[in-house]
Design a protein. Structure first.
Length: 157
């Protein structure tokens, strides 16, 4: 039977392979240095594939040592998988609303919604953390790193 570690290793290999495919497909600029803009993505892709292979090997070695019966480690995982899917859905909603509401408002809503989704109570503490976190992230990306972010309908120039 396939263990969670083996499935996770296969997923890491596939995602790392896709990451490598797109990293090697990046256009090289005449102004790029010897590493180029795809240097870091290539390293990350190689690391992801390598760690996926290691995870698969560990899972195979573990399954050889122990005899699993029935569902074993998969018992009750349906709820956790659905919960993780809910987080992915929140990320998709964030991507959809960032161009409309802007980065600052969208990231504040995302921080609050993720906290509430994971069990935090709806109160001023969560709102303060969401607003403060959004302000810090906005300051880092917009002011410090000079990355232009969508302003949205509230802060149009």
């Amino acid at each position: 039977m396939l263990s969670r570690d083996f499935i996770g290793g296969i997923a890491a290999i596939v995602l790392g392979g896709l990451y490598l495919f797109f990293a090697f497909d990046q256009r090289v600029s005449a102004l790029a240095d010897s590493v180029g803009p795809a240097g870091m993505p290539k390293v990350l892709g190689i690391l992801m594939v390598t760690l996926g292979v290691i995870l698969c090997i560990q899972a195979i070695c573990h399954s050889i040592k122990t005899v699993s019966t029935g569902l074993g480690e998969w018992q009750g995982q349906g709820k956790q998988i659905l919960r993780a899917f809910g987080l992915v859905c929140l990320g998709v909603v964030y991507l959809g609303m960032i161009t409309i509401l802007g980065y600052a408002v969208s990231i504040a809503l995302l921080l609050a919604l993720v906290a509430i989704y994971l069990g935090a109570p709806i109160n001023w503490h969560v709102a303060g953390i969401a607003i403060g976190g959004a302000g810090i992230l906005w300051a880092i990306f917009v002011l410090l790193l000079d990355v232009p972010m969508p302003s949205g309908i509230f802060f149009q120039e």
